[in-house]
Design a protein around this ligand. Sequence first.
Ligand SMILES: Nc1ncnc2c1ncn2[C@@H]1O[C@H](COP(=O)(O)OP(=O)(O)OP(=O)(O)O)[C@@H](O)[C@H]1O
Ligand SMILES: [Mg+2]
Length: 399
Amino acid sequence: MMKALYAMKKGELLEKILEHQVPHLNISVASDKDQFFSMINDVHFGIVVVNCELFADTYPWEWMLPLTKIGNAKVLIIGDSVVYDSVMLDVVMRLAADFSFRYLPAGGSNTETSNLVYEEIMGKSDKLNGRVIEYGKCVTVFSAAPKDGATTIATNLAISAALSSQDMRVALIDLNLKNPEVGHQLDLQVRSDTSLRIRPRLQTNVLHENDLLDSCVAYSRVKGLYIMTGSNRRDTYVDMTPEMVHNLIDLCRRTFDVTVIDAGAYPDNAATIVSVKEADKKLLVTQNQHQSFLHSWGEWFNCSWRQFGLSTESIDLVVNKEDKANNAGKIAKYLEMSRYYSIPLADEQNTSEGKPAYFNPGSAVFKSAIDALVESVTNVGNQGQLPSRNAWWKKLLSI
Ligand SMILES: Nc1ncnc2c1ncn2[C@@H]1O[C@H](COP(=O)(O)OP(=O)(O)OP(=O)(O)O)[C@@H](O)[C@H]1O
Ligand SMILES: [Mg+2]
């Protein structure tokens, strides 16, 4: 039997939590802070659930530090915005992240909070299934000009990547905050505030891998693909700071084997700039048109990207919608980029909005070009022996 301590006042929340029948759990309740301190000193608990409400006149570190000394207990902290102001609550969240405690946000109803506690205790919220990813890779797709195809390439690339291996977890993150279209291209019906709700926790860097998975939607056609759509509040793109983008990418690397980011075109916002700069692979999508690779890219590169320290050598060029002469090589030479790829025009007649061209039977050439791009991103595609579809990502992970 495992011993559990529920440190919270007697009342409706405690009753609701106790309503959940947890087998093999021997529960003790500490309903004031003196009981809490004496019990955690005397007994070895496997699970400790603490509601901040117990510590109205105590600083967070005074009761959180002793919790680190009770061995391998799973510790759940329930926030309380009545007891602590936002600064102190922030301290609780940060300490919880440092000590690997789970923090359950303040403000939920008693039923919601008791359900969360139950899921945590039963391990149901652990969507990671115990799988630890050391440090996944990040591929950012951005474009020279609007409508060059960044979203199309990112979306189809992520689908191809996820289909290439059964046991790989791939993320598709929409960081084109000014014009988020990943959700529309995949016809996803999702709440548009999902990516907004995680922003405060991105700012304080206390988001957990499971929170990130909760914020993503699964794509029914492709197992292992997790999608974070953008928000309809386009005006809030300015709220996303460089630190928040960095924290998101860092968390993605801990949660997914491969993260594909749609970063849009213009380097005038933190989401685009930081996600391109921090990526292991930076795929610049252009069209074979002067207004794209020459004017838009050339001018943005000279007035911004260069100043942000981006070198052309670090970029892989993707010339999209190539239908006639293959000019990717010439364009790459002109732009001083040594790695380049060509993606043909998909069968537009049979491709409808909300259906990725990857699944369109009339777009087989497009599909193989995307598959080849996925493999080539590993730098092995043109060395004679192509890796198996399952092996490409292992190469990517070893970049
Ligand atoms: N290879 C392709 N074959 C056929 N159609 C394509 C191809 N690439 C993109 N398109 C189409 O071109 C249009 C613009 O593509 P997309 O939305 O991917 O561009 P974008 O760079 O993401 O645009 P934005 O600047 O708005 O983010 C879409 O209608 C898309 O379906
Ligand atoms: Mg787009």
